[in-house]
Design a protein around this ligand. Structure first.
Ligand SMILES: *Cc1c(COP(=O)(O)O)cnc(C)c1O
Length: 425
């Protein structure tokens, strides 16, 4: 009773073994003392550590989970000096776009491609470069919000274009576009948007790329998900059934799109980035636009994307973690789940349905296997040293093997066997 709490400095120094810098320890010590909880200082330190960006195990079965950085990456690049903008032949300044951009153009059969920070900036840059100050017709059925604040009418407005709404929410015809172009003198491009995580079923009609490309104005397509080629030549088994009717970059360009934009970290399986691919002259206009300076990625991103582009050109889907995880046969996942259940003595193996996620393919599922545990254990699992993010469904915790790296099975096993889950066997 009446024992004075330690000084902020002494409390902070008591955890000098933590890898947190002293100012962060001081801040944590101050909070602990203010809360009268200096004896629980370790928990305060841990809370600060857990706010830092760190590795987690995705056991949700959602392959592209925006909360967990979308596509997982296999990269061990050296972050030292690079030839980012150096031409090694001449010693003069080169272009950062001649790395991943050039390779991705080859991989999808485009005349040219450039890389920006995400698909949102790709769309904004493409519209600004091609149609700023002019009218851009868009089908009312494609004036969507993708999530995370990407709303087509707002992006279009921010790019300096004038939205010309065409057709209705459920049905838009080519004649609607023809009329919009005839009635507005300032049309500089037509925009088609992949509705991504939104689907209209029933009495609906939309205009395909081929038809839109006959209108005599540049056609810009925001494809979002970035499937490079309908045939998936990088997969031994070819196009998987769960891709349903997902459109691809190569075929969208073949059908007459002038510019196609897509994310680097959705079905492409790369780092967060956005790609603008298409006609050389129009891609060049994007590259020269002042916004490009705002949207250009650095060498960490370009390097990781270059690795992904090289894997596509080698047709080596197994080198792209997203495609490797998405195509593991279900029995392999069941066997891994059985082994974890046997070794930990916790849970039972059930069939499960993984999903591509990433705001693409809202109805697609991939057959998977999961470890099911009665009750909601998501908090304990998240509290594990390497946080494990599980799915909870109808009072049961599910650990889906499709999104778990086999190298992490041992961590799952020891987490399940740990004392806090005892009594569930
Ligand atoms: C996901 C998506 C975007 C946004 O992509 P980011 O890379 O997250 O900026 C834009 N358009 C479409 C159609 C999308 O699916």
């Amino acid at each position: 009773m009446g024992v004075r709490p330690p000084s902020v400095d002494a409390l902070a120094r008591s955890r000098a073994d933590s890898h947190l810098p002293h100012p962060l320890l001081v801040e944590a010590a101050r909070s602990a003392i203010a809360d009268g909880a200096h004896e629980q200082f370790d928990a305060y330190v841990e809370r600060v550590e857990r706010r830092l960006l760190s590795r987690v195990i995705n056991a949700t079965g959602v392959l592209l989970h925006t909360n967990m950085g979308r596509a997982p990456l296999a990269t061990n690049r050296n972050a030292g000096y690079t030839n980012l903008e150096l031409d090694l032949d001449t010693g003069a300044r080169g272009s950062r776009q001649e790395r991943a951009g050039l390779l991705l153009a080859k991989a999808c059969g485009a005349e040219a491609a450039i890389v920006v920070n995400n698909c949102a900036s790709a769309v904004m840059l493409g519209l600004a470069a091609v149609a700023k100050g002019s009218g851009v017709p868009v089908s009312r059925g494609e004036l969507v919000e993708i999530g995370g604040g990407f709303r087509v009418p707002e992006v279009l407005e921010q790019s300096g274009c004038r939205l010309v709404e065409v057709g209705t929410t459920n049905r838009t015809r080519l004649a609607d576009f023809e009329r919009a172009i005839a009635e507005n003198q300032d049309i500089a491009a037509v925009l088609k948007v992949h509705p991504s995580n939104y689907r209209i079923e029933g009495f609906q009609q939309s205009v395909g790329v081929k038809a839109l490309s006959t209108l005599g104005v540049p056609l810009i397509v925001d494809l979002g998900s970035g499937l490079l080629d309908e045939a998936c030549p990088w997969l031994e088994g070819g196009r998987p059934g769960w891709l349903l009717d997902e459109p691809a970059v190569r075929q969208t360009l073949d059908q007459g799109a002038d510019l196609v934009m897509f994310s680097g970290d959705k079905l492409l399986g790369g780092p967060q980035s956005g790609i603008i691919a298409g006609r050389a002259e129009m891609v060049e206009r994007c590259a020269r636009h002042p916004l490009m300076r705002t949207f250009r990625p650095g060498d960490l991103v370009i390097g990781a994307l270059q690795d992904v582009a090289l894997a596509y050109l080698r047709r080596d889907g197994d080198a792209i973690p997203f495609w490797a995880m998405a195509t593991i046969p279900q029995p392999v996942l069941s066997r891994r789940a059985e082994a974890i259940v046997a070794a930990s003595g916790i849970g039972m193996v059930v069939d499960s349905e993984a999903t591509p996620g990433g705001g693409s393919l809202p109805t697609a599922t991939i057959a998977s296997a999961a470890i099911e545990i009665a009750g909601d254990h998501s908090t304990e699992l998240r509290d594990h040293t390497t946080p494990i993010i599980a799915r909870v469904h109808e009072g049961r915790t599910l650990l889906d093997l499709r999104t778990i790296d086999p190298a992490d099975d041992a961590i799952i096993t020891s987490a399940l066997a740990a004392s806090r889950l005892e009594g569930l066997a």
